[in-house]
Ligand binder design. Structure first.
Ligand SMILES: C[S@@+](CC[C@H](N)C(=O)[O-])C[C@H]1O[C@@H](n2cnc3c(N)ncnc32)[C@H](O)[C@@H]1O
Length: 275
């Protein structure tokens, strides 16, 4: 069964049985001190419109509203700690926990997770590198997020090497035709473009993560039929990655706008919605 829940995650997690999830991925607000928001718009053909598109055709922009959530915490780690404790409780004995966070908070989160899940259970620091948007002229432009992978047991966990997607060699001429055609397996640095602001994948929800990144995690760290949980679910990217690959999802978010977006995005997987 797939489920979407509108609630504060700490309250909702109390209803999840111990050991129920093979995979927990969370992408909490990054404590940027700002309101994360995105204006949602639709464009229609209109000769008098405000935008010029492909082949010089004119379009008019119609505002559809705004999606957003607050991203400021007085004590970020005190907010996260009880939620990470719950993540540990609901993880299966061979389950994996992924925390997606940015360069400002990752070091504090690493220390906190070492305390909660155990330093021995830390497996990888994955760097998701992208290349989009403005460049700073005052410091190196920050174009990566960090994803920490912990297991519940340091030796017993799912890592399906064969399920990994392959990526092109940087110098295909050096490896022979067959290898070049097959591609190579990724390392802990994942180059992947952000969700295009104009592409098909875009839901309009702020801070939406790319499906390609989440599908890689789901395929390698869970098996068909497993329950995958995201309790800071936003637009439900983890849910789509899970369902597309034959896994079940539980998605929790406290923002009604997130639940509205998820209901629409994941309708074909017929989730049970508690809102
Ligand atoms: C960075 S966004 C997640 C984006 C998501 N990974 C995606 O691809 O769309 C973080 C989400 O956490 C939600 N959130 C913040 N505090 C929460 C809480 N206490 N309980 C449940 N959800 C919460 C916000 O509403 C927001 O949608």
């Amino acid at each position: 069964m797939n489920r979407i829940v509108l609630a504060d995650n700490l309250a909702a997690l109390a209803d999840v049985p111990d050991g129920a999830a093979r995979l927990v991925y969370v992408d909490p607000p990054f404590n940027t001190g700002k309101t994360q928001s995105r204006e949602r718009v639709k464009t229609v053909r209109d000769e008098k419109g405000d935008r010029t598109g492909f082949a010089g055709k004119r379009y008019r922009t119609i505002p559809l509203g705004e999606s957003g959530y607050e991203d400021t915490f007085d004590d970020y780690l005190a907010f996260l700690a009880p939620r990470f404790e719950e993540a540990k409780r609901i993880l299966a004995a061979d389950g994996s926990f992924f925390l997606h966070v940015d360069h400002r908070e990752v070091h504090y989160c690493k220390v906190l997770l070492d305390q909660i899940l155990g330093r021995d259970n830390f497996q990888n620091e994955i760097v998701w590198a992208y290349d989009y948007g403005a460049r700073s002229k005052k410091r190196w432009s920050t174009k990566h997020d960090t994803i920490l992978w912990y297991t519940k047991d340091p030796k017993n966990y799912v890592f399906d090497f064969e399920a990994m997607d392959r990526i092109p060699y940087m110098a295909p001429g050096l490896v022979g035709k067959e290898k070049a055609a097959r591609g190579k397996t990724p390392t802990d640095v994942w180059w992947h473009t952000i969700v295009s602001p104009t592409g098909k994948e875009k839901t309009g929800y702020p801070t939406q993560k790319p499906l390609g990144v989440l599908e890689r995690i789901v395929k390698v760290h869970s098996e068909p039929g497993d329950l995958c949980v995201d309790f800071f679910a936003g637009s439900g990217t983890l849910g789509e990655a899970a369902a597309k690959n034959g896994r079940r999802f539980l998605l929790i978010d406290s923002n009604p706008e997130a639940v509205r977006v998820m209901k629409e995005r994941l309708a074909e997987y017929e989730p049970d919605v508690l809102d």
